[in-house]
Write a protein that binds this ligand. Structure first.
Ligand code: NAD
Length: 397
């Protein structure tokens, strides 16, 4: 397949690009490298030493003989350039990762809120608009988030995107209707993903676009089969207070004997998936497109869920280390349950990597190996969901 990977220089995009290229697909990356600029803005860098996109592509060619394309285009603000490129490349599938993806970054200041909304909503709309204008019969696979559901699901299992509700028909008789699961975003970033869902629903209905939306959990792990082929193919690993997700924070803290910092009571339950499983799910989604437009195909892309304090205990149990509680920067319930349906991917052959099996390798091969690159001052979360919460944030435990 000819596949465009939008955001292919990012944490999930890069290993996905290599995974699909290794399976014989013709892959072109489109990326504006904004993630690298944000590193510069925040004064942080990936824990793993990351080469330029051009160098990464050169090494992949050297290792495998396979060529990857790369276009430097901002798909949110350069609609015409993007459309011209798309008209030339005419992909059979498009994987869309190209959004600002950190909830804390999206809540940092009014400027960051505006940037996240403009970037994410325009990027998604431009992709849909261009596919429609060019009459491309391309399957669009988008990386969405479990966060669109909200975390307070009152004990009910979250279905895969849709909910059956009882209604009364025109004659007043009971009937059943399928609706999108009600959106309940917890940050500006999550709100943009909820807006994406409506854009997909409209274009699938109106223009019969074939769309798969993957509601993904927090991705953990660094490397995949392909990124391990050469040190310069290594994936990025974010550990700073804005982009580092909770498990990465614990791994880095454990590697330098820094207390594991749990926000609030740590009673929040989150969904997780290993990076190797994430790229495999994207391949499965590409191989199973919706046959016709009309209805967006939605998968829950997660394999296990854990309470934050339990995760801290698992990491502390493996390497030793103290667990401390800090004020929660987020405006959220202290405790929540999370039960998620994910039968579709399991039925299509996904064999999950468990935290139990993969965690120690992350500590040894990544966190400890690159511990000399850790800047302790960058670990604490400094972006609060409200001005009052920002004031409470501790910079060092
Ligand atoms: P990332 O920030 O590492 O990668 C995103 C890539 O998109 C970057 O290379 C960035 O430069 C590029 N990009 C952003 N805006 C762009 C634009 N306007 N034009 C062109 N390129 C642009 O993020 P990631 O962790 O790889 O996440 C990828 C997708 O998966 C995101 O949409 C995110 O919401 C979703 N997701 C990620 C996780 C996770 O845990 N990482 C969990 C759930 C969902």
């Amino acid at each position: 397949m000819r596949i465009a990977v939008l955001g292919g220089d990012g944490f999930v995009g890069w290993p996905t690009t290599l995974h699909l290229s290794a399976r014989g697909h013709d892959i072109h990356i489109v990326d504006n490298l904004s993630r690298r600029w944000i590193d510069a803005e925040l004064g942080v860098q990936s824990l793993t030493p990351m080469d330029s996109i051009q160098e990464r592509i050169r090494i992949w060619k050297e290792q495998t003989g396979r060529q990857l394309g790369f276009q430097l285009i901002d798909i949110a603000s350069e609609y015409e350039r993007f459309k011209i490129w798309l008209a030339e490349f005419r992909p059979e599938a498009i994987v869309h990762f190209a959004e600002q993806r950190a909830a804390p970054y999206s809540m940092k200041t009014d400027r960051h809120k505006g940037y996240t909304v403009n970037n994410n909503v325009n990027a998604t709309h431009n992709v849909l608009n261009a596919i429609t204008a060019l009459k491309l019969d391309a399957h669009l696979v988008h990386l969405g988030t479990m966060g669109v559901y909200g975390y307070d699901t009152m004990g009910a299992a979250i279905p895969e995107g849709y909910l059956k509700v009882g209604v009364l028909d025109a004659e007043g008789q009971p009937a059943e209707k399928e609706i999108l699961y009600p959106a309940n975003p917890g940050s500006i970033y999550h709100m943009t993903k909820c807006l994406d869902q409506l854009l997909f629903q409209f274009y699938a209905k109106n223009d019969k676009l074939r769309i798969t939306d993957l509601h993904q959990g927090i991705v953990w792990g660094t490397n995949t089969e392909e990124t391990k082929r050469h040190p310069q193919l290594v994936n990025r690993f974010d550990y700073d207070g804005d982009y580092g997700t909770v498990l990465n924070r614990f791994l880095v803290q454990a590697a330098i004997n820094y207390p594991l910092t749990v926000h609030g009571q740590g009673g929040q339950t989150r969904a997780f998936i290993h990076i190797q499983d994430s790229v495999r799910c994207i391949e499965i989604a590409l191989n199973n497109p919706p046959t016709a437009g009309g209805r967006v195909q939605i998968f829950n892309q997660m394999t296990e869920s854990h309470r934050v304090r339990d995760l801290a205990a698992i990491v502390a149990g493996m390497v030793g280390g103290e667990v401390v509680h800090l004020p929660n920067p987020r405006n959220e319930a202290e405790e929540n349950d999370l039960v998620v349906r994910n039968e579709q991917f399991l039925r299509l052959g996904l064999e999950p990597t468990t935290l139990e099996a993969g965690l120690l390798a992350e500590i040894v091969d990544v966190a400890r190996r690159f511990a000399h690159r850790i800047d302790r001052a960058r670990i604490p979360c400094v972006s609060g969901w409200t001005a009052e919460r920002s004031l409470l944030l501790d910079r060092d435990p």
